[in-house]
Design a binder for this molecule. Structure first.
Ligand SMILES: Nc1ncnc2c1ncn2[C@@H]1O[C@H](COP(=O)(O)OP(=O)(O)O)[C@@H](O)[C@H]1O
Ligand SMILES: [Mg+2]
Length: 211
């Protein structure tokens, strides 16, 4: 089983949006674990219009061990986890079991501080595991290239020395797909928003594979 975790210590960067859409692009056999007590992904699934299983399993500082056991017991070829935006034991525990940590970073404001901290947790996890897992993908998210920050985000992220992109642009289709309770490939098949998600999912799939 490949485990892909969406992690960022800051909210509002598009973590849940990417989790749902990456799961959609990876296909119906995927299970999405909503580990964020805010339960955005679970709310997305409420209308019954997502073509994959969504499990609500909030991860807190208090239930780390049982949460890991529950996730590892899932029978699916791949699991996508939407993590809570918190620093500490909970996120560290998830990073200890995942193959790929996808870290969305939006161009606005002070996201880079949170990204630094997330990468610190990743390097701790790698040291403890004594391997190169989790692999990391920094994903420019909610990008508007007309803004200075949007035009620069990819270059800024490359400085971290981890793989970057493909980027996901700020697009109304993502907001409307949430309202419709669908992933963007069902809501707007063939759209630019869908194409970006497909490109991202295919990079993640390749990274998650074991040689
Ligand atoms: N690529 C995007 N284009 C437009 N709006 C987006 C995009 N990604 C996320 N959003 C919007 O930004 C807000 C926060 O997104 P969300 O995925 O819930 O972030 P997080 O899980 O990191 O808190 C939501 O209103 C969502 O619809
Ligand atoms: Mg969220």
């Amino acid at each position: 089983m490949a485990i892909i975790a969406l992690a960022n210590l800051k909210g509002g960067v598009g973590k849940s949006t990417l989790a749902v859409n990456i799961a959609g692009a990876l296909g119906p056999k995927i299970t999405l674990v909503d580990a964020d007590p805010q339960a955005t992904a679970a709310a997305w699934a409420d209308g019954g219009n997502l073509p994959f299983a969504v499990i609500e399993a909030p991860l807190t500082g208090d239930n780390v061990e049982s949460w890991i056991a529950d996730v590892l017991a899932i029978e699916a070829p791949s699991v996508v986890i939407d993590l809570p935006p918190v620093l500490g034991d909970a996120t560290a525990a998830a990073l200890a079991i995942c193959d790929v940590a996808v870290i969305p970073v939006s161009p606005s404001g002070a996201d880079l501080r949170a990204t630094n901290k997330a990468l610190e947790l990743v390097s701790n996890a790698r040291a403890a595991r004594k391997d190169d897992r989790p692999r990391v993908l920094l994903v420019p998210s909610k990008v508007d290239r007309r803004t200075a920050a949007g035009a620069e985000i990819e270059a800024v992220l490359h400085d971290y020395g981890e793989p970057v992109g493909p980027s996901v642009s700020q697009r109304i289709a993502h907001v409307d797909a949430f309202s419709a309770g669908q992933w963007v490939g069902d809501y707007a098949r063939g759209s630019a928003a869908h194409a970006e998600i497909k490109a991202l999912a295919s990079v993640i799939k390749r990274m998650a594979g074991r040689p």
